[in-house]
Design a protein around this ligand. Structure first.
Ligand SMILES: Nc1ncnc2c1ncn2[C@@H]1O[C@H](COP(=O)(O)OP(=O)(O)OP(=O)(O)O)[C@@H](O)[C@H]1O
Ligand SMILES: [Mg+2]
Length: 327
């Protein structure tokens, strides 16, 4: 079990002029053996943050720490941090059998003999509830659900302490999303993995997570224990997400849940608003309450990262009931 920590992390795409800052000074901790669910609308920077941990997005400031050690300075050969993507095709070579793909991700020196490698591949396939005989197939011969299981097996082949799961059930047929989700949750518990679990779907996040972090336009706006953040949301953006998520009230785990707030235009990270980034869309902000000028002028502050329920808002918890339709 290891702690994953993003410290004042920024991700910037493009040149110093122009370009965009997709993640802006985020501090977030995934405690050892826990699942942190990361939610937020499309383009809020979830994948950019996650990919920073595995060296796949351009970090412009801050650090990613694994038990306090900078991940960029980890010894070569061991890969304690593994990422699983929405589309398992992206991590599977179509020309290799899935068994070969899994074997490729195993630590080089741990399984020297071919027979040992075969055994370990079979064990990993069994771990994700696949018949080891399927190891001889190419990915194109498998269903989406089977491929995603192989993606998981491949990630686990590296014997990680931390797994980052980015929308791992989003591309699957609804009929198999539930079983893959249960598998992810079961493996996390059995292997004591620390996990950053990204999803658009609040119901899915509530189901798997211990802690929830809500991201908006490159910042974490609210974070804390899942029951508190989703049961008693303090940030208006979290409330809007919940209100737009009928599945949470219907207890229909896998209903389509785009996590979009109303009809509002998605925010543009090229030119983030001053003050609170949510203020132009906020039902508690100056667009509705003209006296609340502070929202447009003053950054509501720090990331939510002190182990308890934290919120970056000048008027937290004020006002509306998310279940009531707004006029
Ligand atoms: N390689 C890239 N080059 C330039 N801009 C990028 C790149 N990847 C992402 N972006 C931009 O960075 C912002 C954040 O994107 P990111 O993919 O991290 O969001 P996300 O929260 O994962 O969204 P989604 O829910 O759609 O996956 C977006 O404005 C996106 O267009
Ligand atoms: Mg993404």
């Amino acid at each position: 079990m290891k702690e994953l920590r993003f410290e004042e992390l920024s991700v910037h795409y493009g040149g110093r002029r122009g370009g965009l800052t997709a993640v802006d000074g985020v501090t977030l901790t995934v405690p050892p053996g826990q699942v942190v669910g990361l939610v937020g609308e499309s383009g809020s920077g979830k994948s950019s943050l996650a990919k920073a941990a595995v060296g796949l997005s351009p970090v412009s400031a801050g650090r990613v720490l694994l038990d306090g050690a900078d991940v960029r300075r980890l010894p070569k050969g061991h890969r304690p941090l593994q990422m699983v993507f929405q589309d398992p095709y992206s991590s599977l070579d179509p020309r290799m059998t899935v068994g070969e793909s899994i074997a490729e991700a195993m630590p080089r020196d741990a399984y020297r003999r071919a027979s040992e490698r075969r055994e370990e591949v079979a064990r990993l396939l069994g771990l994700v509830n696949l018949d080891p005989a399927l190891g001889g197939l190419r990915p194109s011969r498998m269903s989406g659900g089977q491929r995603q299981r192989v993606g998981l097996a491949r990630a686990l082949a590296g014997r990680p302490d931390v797994v980052i799961a980015d929308e791992v059930t989003s591309a699957l047929d609804v009929s198999v999303q539930g079983t893959v989700l249960n598998l992810v949750k079961d493996l996390q518990r059995r292997l004591n993995l620390s996990m950053l679990f990204i999803s658009h779907n609040l119901a899915v996040v509530r189901y798997v997570s211990d802690v929830v972090a809500v991201m908006y336009l490159g910042r974490i706006v609210e974070a804390g224990p899942v029951a508190q953040v989703l049961g008693d949301p303090q940030h208006p953006y979290t409330r809007d997400l919940l209100a737009a998520s009928p599945s949470l009230h219907d207890s229909d785990l896998l209903a389509d849940d785009p996590a979009a707030t109303g009809d509002a235009e998605p925010a543009d990270p090229h030119d983030p608003p001053a003050g609170c980034r949510y203020h132009p869309r906020c039902p508690l902000g100056p667009a509705v309450h003209p006296g609340r000028t502070i929202c447009g002028t003053t950054d509501p502050g720090d990331d939510a990262d002190r182990g308890v329920h934290q919120v970056a808002c000048h008027f937290p918890g004020a006002g509306i009931d998310p279940r009531q339709p707004r006029a």
